[in-house]
Design a protein around this ligand. Sequence first.
Ligand code: SF4
Length: 49
Amino acid sequence: MSYIDNCDWSTCTLCGECLMRCPVMEMDKDEAKSEIGCLLKGARAPCIQ
Ligand code: SF4
């Protein structure tokens, strides 16, 4: 079972905090919100490939 299968993604508020706080990704708020939105739609996220 993968990480993504262990989370209830329907509760995600698309706040972007997870990507903003990541010391590797170093995203600003607008970018993080956009990226998590893409990921949850199953779309390719421009900065996370
Ligand atoms: S965007 Fe990230 S931190 Fe915000 S609710 Fe969704 S998974 Fe959690």
